[in-house]
Design a protein around this ligand. Sequence first.
Ligand code: ARG
Length: 252
Amino acid sequence: MSKFMQAVKVLSAAAVLSFGAASAAQAADVLRVGTEATYAPFEFMGEGGKEVGYDMDIIRAVGEAAGFEVQIMNMGFDALIPSLLSNQIDAVIAAMTITPERAERVDFTAPYYNSGLSVLIRAADKDKYKTLADLKGSVLCGQIGTTGAEKAGELSGGNSKSYNYESEVFNELKAGGCDGAVNDRPVNLYYLATSHAEGIIEMSEMITSEQYGIAVKKGNQELLDKLNAGLKQIRDNGTFAKIHEKWFQVAE
Ligand code: ARG
């Protein structure tokens, strides 16, 4: 064989190989999922810089059931819906409460988690803030764009502050930058149980009951159907219950 023909053979073998690799990569559709990973135990950065948490386990299991390769994209909570609307991502899982306002802009799967809000205060203030009504005139903080931040505005009578990262909300409360922090109750409880939360307590009066859903672009019925089918499949095969127990130590 001539040198030339040898070179052609090598080149065409390489072309076949790289073509093969490209089609293998396309075999599973990539599902780009946006989240905001400072919200333990739902989504937070684990060791090795990987997003971990209840939602992360749920979406990876749902993705697998629905035949997707899940790619997590971490961004600000207030950037999630805009990114969905501009096609930067395909879905959102971020402990996102299904609210009527959001449901006008995006479509939600069936609810996958029952939640609600609670308020953390400094233990030193426990006689000052006994009921939610006592919070009027106090300074309350929450994470930007969340139902907690909205409630912080209402309960304080307009004296609220919002922060990008959940860690900032907790730090502000500890440092006295605000008098109370309004968050999803499981996030407050996780903070009390796992962080250096000395001097911080939860008020006994709870707020609303909320439900989380996975969001997709409005009208993306095909993806919505696949995600709902994936959710149903992992409920039916017991994976959902296992994930719930892993993060909350109790059955759903
Ligand atoms: N459930 C609340 C909401 O939907 C808070 C969610 C915050 N999630 C997050 N990943 N930071 O507004």
